[in-house]
Design a protein around this ligand. Structure first.
Ligand SMILES: [Fe+2]
Length: 401
């Protein structure tokens, strides 16, 4: 994965290193969630501009709830919850845990205050640090899941903060030193991958999510995949060629989405005095034609590929080619539906709801983005979103047809 020349905040997003013990890993991950929010004003913590974007305050509380619900309440003898109603407020989607505030209403909760949520974090952290001193072996895997869960929310925190600030006409800066890309995309050569039987899925000894299992074999035909991601400059050509006005490039659903929402550019692109600008975490900037395009939906990625007379890779092709690719800047759209691998099995109870129940009506994205904690992803990692969503740092890699 690309690591050189990353901006300061991305270095901070570096995950715990293998030398750390579990308590140190826990502290490292927990502290970083709060640090991400430090540039915010109190008002920024509360708003929910669209259903997919949760208030930063909610993320801070929900990650804490995860530790309380799945570890402390279950395994810490005599543990008393910080607040009896917080499970209702901060459960995200676990039906097995019970009723909860509707996702759409997360931004309606002016209480608990940010300070109360920080006190909640401190309370849970103190109990977790005690618990980790004598953690039973059978709970260690669940703690690893909790760490990876919080890292996923760290990425969501950054992307949700961007949405909140980037959809306010003041276009306030998050941090002036925050760079959203490290390298320009200049090598447009294609890599030829030989037909063969490839092994897909995770089989190592480190952490992995259940959706990366089971490992299985898959035959792939010869294919050619581009070394670099699609750039802003190339995407601008698509816009200028009328790509958003020609239904021949689009799925029916995508075309309906374009029409209904009057889509004519990636998210955060603004045409000002005849020039394209984009909102970035460091403020409003003119488009850099050599940077990888970002904040495009699957619908747009597909239409762009059609216009180029190319296609998106399948997730299996992506995985087979990944060791030869410089990936990690953008979540890369694939033309694969999010489905269970052969032999996939959900865990019993609430934890089984983590991934499996979302395997419908979503597409897989591979890689990692510039705001994914380094080391959190791997070449078997399967991210997934609905085809119209684009507030994550998504990008496009092409295959020849
Ligand atoms: Fe969550």
């Amino acid at each position: 994965m690309e690591t050189s020349n990353h901006p300061k905040i991305i270095e901070q997003l570096n995950t715990y290193h293998p030398g750390m013990n579990l308590s140190e890993q826990y502290q490292y991950v927990r502290n970083y969630s709060v640090e991400i929010c430090e540039p915010l004003q109190r008002e920024d913590y509360v708003v929910q501009p669209v259903v997919d974007v949760s208030p930063p305050k909610w993320h801070l509380a929900h990650c804490t709830w995860f530790w309380e619900e799945f570890i402390l309440a279950k395994y810490q003898h005599g543990y008393t919850r910080f607040h009896p109603r917080y499970s209702f407020l901060f459960n995200s989607y676990y039906n097995a845990v019970g009723d909860r505030v509707l996702r759409l209403h997360r931004g309606n909760m002016s209480r608990p205050t940010v300070d109360e949520i920080l006190a909640y974090r401190l309370y849970v952290d103190q109990h977790m640090m005690e618990f980790l001193k004598t953690i039973p072996d059978e709970v260690k895997e669940l703690v690893e899941l909790g760490l990876n869960h919080e890292q996923q929310h760290q990425e969501l925190l950054v992307t949700d903060i961007k949405y909140i600030l980037g959809h306010n006409p003041l276009f306030s800066t998050y941090r002036t030193d925050f760079q959203e890309t490290s390298l320009n995309e200049t090598d447009h050569a294609f890599l030829d991958i030989k037909e063969d039987i490839y092994t897909i899925g995770y089989s190592g000894s480190g952490f992995s999510f259940d959706n990366e299992h089971r490992q299985h074999k898959m035959y792939l035909n010869n294919f050619s995949i581009r070394k670099s991601l699609v750039t802003n400059g190339e995407y601008l050509q698509f816009i200028e060629a009328g790509g958003y006005h020609n239904p021949q490039y689009w799925h029916t659903d995508g075309w309906t989405w374009v029409q209904e929402h009057k889509i004519d550019a990636p998210l955060y692109w603004y045409l000002m005095d005849g020039k394209w600008n984009r909102y970035a975490m460091s403020g409003l900037e003119s488009i850099d034609p050599l940077e990888p395009v970002t904040h495009v939906s699957f619908y747009e990625a597909y239409a762009f590929a059609e216009w180029k007379k190319m296609r998106l890779p399948t997730e299996f092709e992506w995985e087979a080619a990944s060791t030869h690719l410089d990936w990690g800047k953008r979540w890369e759209h694939t033309n694969s539906a999010y489905l269970p691998y052969p032999g996939f099995a959900k865990a019993d109870g609430a934890i089984g709801e983590y991934n499996g129940k979302f395997m419908i009506n979503q597409m897989v994205l591979r890689g990692a983005s510039v705001v994914t904690p380094t080391g959190h992803s791997r070449n078997t990692y399967r991210n997934f979103f609905q085809p119209n969503l684009r507030w994550q740092f998504t990008g496009i890699r092409l295959c020849k047809k």
